[in-house]
Design a protein around this ligand. Structure first.
Ligand code: URA
Ligand code: SF4
Length: 192
């Protein structure tokens, strides 16, 4: 079994926090395990809980559209969440739930080693970087402990505020440009 499949099966049968009691299905990350970009959302919603896959509801459609507008398909990237089980009524995950689930995210990052992590929304921003206002900081690139991060809004926020759809699209464009720039710089170093 590949390392990523082993995380998947651990997540699927996990009972480390009380979200395991209310979920239908746990939702492991999904996508290309050789991806250069890894996206992190908050937690599964209703559709994700029913299907056992991340970002398959309205927020997922908005995300797919934004990715496509920058020439990315979901098969090019890897998509996961801070917590892998749906919180009741989609409430924000509690500190203890985020902490219990954290080792799975760390493992995903360790295996995939993305060149850039795209943080979507406040929960992921807080969990990974200790930030608290994604709307003020979106579009920024952050470097921490040798890892690069790109900050953007959560696609679900665009369901009720459609202006954020174009914000997300323009952020995806700068994300792809940032990645291209990183790769060019790496090649430059290699050939020097
Ligand atoms: N919102 C999230 O944060 N993650 C999902 O998988 C779906 C909606
Ligand atoms: Fe396990 Fe994470 Fe689900 Fe909690 S949210 S039961 S820690 S997989």
């Amino acid at each position: 079994m590949s390392e990523i499949d082993s995380i998947r099966s651990q997540v699927i049968s996990c009972i480390k926090c009380s979200l395991s009691k209310t979920r239908t299905n746990a939702v492991p990350g999904k996508g290309n395990f050789k991806a250069e970009i890894l996206f992190i959302g908050e937690a599964p919603g209703r559709n994700e809980d029913l299907k056992g896959e991340p970002f398959v509801g309205s927020a997922g459609n908005i995300l797919s559209e934004a990715l496509a507008s920058s020439g990315l398909s979901r098969d090019d990237v890897y998509i996961t969440n801070v917590v892998k089980c749906r919180p009741p009524n989609n409430r924000i995950p509690l500190q203890e739930e985020k902490e219990s689930c954290q080792p799975y995210l760390s493992k995903e990052l360790e295996i995939i080693k993305p060149k850039i992590i795209c943080i979507m929304g406040n929960t992921a921003y807080g969990s990974l970087l200790g930030g608290d206002s994604i709307i003020k900081n979106r579009g920024k690139i952050v470097e921490k402990d040798g890892q690069r991060y790109f900050l953007t809004v959560h696609p679900a926020a665009a369901i009720y505020n459609p202006e954020l759809k174009s914000v997300l699209k323009s952020d995806m464009k700068s994300l792809v440009e940032t990645l291209d720039r990183l790769k060019k710089d790496e090649n430059l170093v290699k050939t020097q």
